[in-house]
Ligand binder design. Structure first.
Ligand code: AGP
Length: 602
């Protein structure tokens, strides 16, 4: 998930671009770059690592006169984080920046190489600029060359192109990756999201998929497949923080709603029609691996627990899970045929980082699943798979958990694929379900309104049990943790089958049981567990696609065709329930007492 900015106008361009990229650093980056055309003067700067490296490189550069300019922060999808792979990519006289994945880039690259084009980078993006310059040789205008270029691209892209062939115009196109256009008098801004242009533009237009065009000073032409089209600008929010919240009450609320969108980013380029692929690891990565040990804390530990069922059931690989703070001091027996996986949203959790160092000292191969590139855990690991959830500001983790679980699900399929331990039919069934996940994560107004109403009944009581079986047991743990974190009420996740071994002694009308009752995973078993509780007067809130008449409260879910779709849909329900209870209690949803987003101390 990369960040893109563009600016056309008379103001100094370098600072506008770098400030804009700064606002996008949450999208993570492993390199950044800018390109400026000012009259006949073409300038281009790139740097790997943090944005301040690019600031350092450009400290003696400024661009005071009218010109066109583009900038980019890269979150690698194709090719390692190097300067050569950093955007903007240069042709002979043009520059391009791009966010997304050009799915037919190999075909285009070969076609261009056969025409004698030399590629400097390993990226898919570089094909765009060379293709443009090829088309420009025969097209009757620069715009026509750009239009013909876009027509050849398959996949997701938000792209900006500038060229010496037309020094007062920025060309743009959007499909599948976000991009907007900001207006400030005759100046024009482009960005991946609105925070980079807050305070710089007064009006905005959010591009739709399939739209493209060009911008000149005071003029913008917009097209789609049907030709030129009109567009309506809207006022731009002036307040950066509320812009960052996009109008939601809390970052956590926004991040719950974002899950369906970020999940598409997490899967992009990895979930293919009938296979799974990870750019970050090659096929030999699992050679000699006979078992997996996953180590994490808190919510990340819960996604690990859920994945253990998947690795053993799908990939047929033994998988055990460790709490990092326990693992560090237990003198574990480790063997070098075990892949040591760490999971961390921040990539800075002290216990997880130290556990990883222990495993490395013992000679284990390591893989991290993380949301922050270049973080300590990512740098310490032999390989890393990024969850691409984007910044998570709410201390109570939501989209990080969802994307971690998705990456682990993909990884279990990938291992099954590479070890030939999964049939093609099962692989296809899993992939088909995976592709429906963004829909299962969509928050409907009706669901949110129902949970808002229902939450008023759960503001007291002597505690909550969240119960589930199989992968729904880790989800029960996660639902309980969410509630604890932001309501400050006691909640416990428990394996449903274990209630009769003691905890059922607590059952009475003041004991609130949130029962996860999926149709596709041991429904009859969980139903009888819940009936035992109901018979002892516990107050039951059932979450299920199947009506359950013993429930005091009932939330009917829709997805009943695959356990993981039920998992993700029920996850959203438990997240919203915790949120609405916390709001009613008047708590600070985003920064709950005693907590920190990243626990970098023991
Ligand atoms: C998540 O809701 C919690 N705030 C917390 O448990 C968190 O998951 C844990 O501290 C681990 O953090 P990490 O994922 O950044 O390593």
């Amino acid at each position: 998930m990369c960040g893109i900015v563009g600016y056309l106008g008379n103001e100094e361009k370098k600072e506008i671009l770098l400030d804009g990229l700064q606002e996008l650093e949450y999208r993570g980056y492993d390199s950044a770059g800018i390109a400026v055309i000012e009259g006949e003067k073409l300038s281009n700067y790139k740097a790997i690592g943090k944005l301040e490296n690019l600031r350092e490189k450009t400290k003696n550069y400024s661009s005071e006169n009218f010109g066109i300019s583009i900038g980019h922060t890269r979150w690698a999808t194709h090719g390692k984080p190097t300067e050569l792979n950093a955007h903007p990519h240069l042709g002979a006289y043009s520059y391009v920046v791009h966010n997304g994945i050009i799915e037919n880039y190999q075909e285009l690259k070969k076609e261009l190489q056969d025409d004698g084009v030399n590629f400097l980078s390993q990226t898919d993006t570089e094909t765009i600029v060379h293709l443009f310059e090829k088309k420009h040789k025969t097209a009757n205008s620069v715009f026509s060359a750009f239009e013909q270029t876009i027509e050849r691209l398959d996949g997701a892209y938000a792209t900006l192109l500038i060229t010496e062939a037309d020094v007062d115009t920025i060309y743009f196109a959007k499909n599948g990756s976000p991009m907007l256009i900001g207006f400030n008098g005759s100046d024009i801004h482009f960005a991946s999201s609105d925070t980079p242009i807050i305070g710089k533009a007064s009006e905005v237009y959010y591009l739709e998929d399939g739209e493209y065009g060009y911008a000149k000073q005071g003029e913008l032409k917009l097209f789609d497949a049907n030709g030129e089209k009109s567009f309506t600008k809207q006022p731009l929010t002036a307040d950066k923080v509320s812009a960052q919240k996009d109008g939601y009450r809390f970052f956590m609320e926004k991040e719950i709603y974002e899950q369906h969108r970020v999940m598409s980013e997490t899967m992009m380029g990895r979930v293919l029609d009938n296979s799974i692929d990870f750019d970050e690891i090659d096929k030999s990565f699992f050679d000699g691996i006979k078992a997996i040990k996953i180590c994490a804390c808190g919510t990340s530990y819960h996604s690990a627990l859920a994945s253990a069922y998947l690795f053993e059931r799908i990939a047929k690989v033994r998988c055990d899970i460790e709490i990092a703070s326990e693992f560090r001091y237990k003198e574990p027996l480790l063997s070098d045929d075990t892949l040591f996986i760490t999971i961390s949203q921040s990539g800075e959790t002290a216990d997880t980082l130290e556990a990883l160092k222990m495993a490395k000292r013992a000679g284990l191969k390591s893989l991290s699943i993380c949301n922050v590139d270049n973080s300590s855990i990512v740098r310490e690991s032999d390989a890393a798979i990024l969850t691409r959830a984007g910044i998570e500001k709410g201390v109570a983790s939501t989209k990080a958990f969802a994307t971690q679980t998705m990456v682990l699900w993909m990884l279990s399929l990938y291992m099954g694929q590479e070890k030939n331990s999964i049939s093609k039919e099962l692989l296809q069934t899993e992939i088909d379900a995976m592709l429906h996940t963004p829909k299962a994560l969509l928050v409907t107004d009706d669901l949110h309104a129902k949970l808002h109403r229902l939450s008023k009944r759960y503001l007291h009581g002597h505690g909550f049990f969240f119960i589930g079986r199989d992968i729904f047991f880790p989800l029960a743990l996660e639902g309980a943790l969410k509630l604890k974190e932001i309501s400050y009420m006691h909640a416990e996740g428990y394996p449903a089958g274990e209630m009769k071994h003691g905890p059922i002694a607590l059952a009475d009308s003041e004991l609130f049981t949130i029962a996860l009752m999926p149709k596709t995973m041991h429904y009859d078993k969980i139903k009888s567990n819940v009936e035992e509780l109901s018979a002892r007067d516990a107050t039951i809130c059932a979450i299920s696609p199947l009506p359950f008449d013993l429930a005091d409260d009932f939330i009917q879910t829709k997805y009943d065709s695959h356990p993981m779709l039920e998992f993700f849909e029920m996850m959203v329900v438990t997240q919203l329930l915790a949120l609405e209870i916390s709001v009613r209690l008047g708590n600070d949803v985003d920064m709950p007492r005693n907590l920190a987003k990243s626990v970098t101390v023991e």
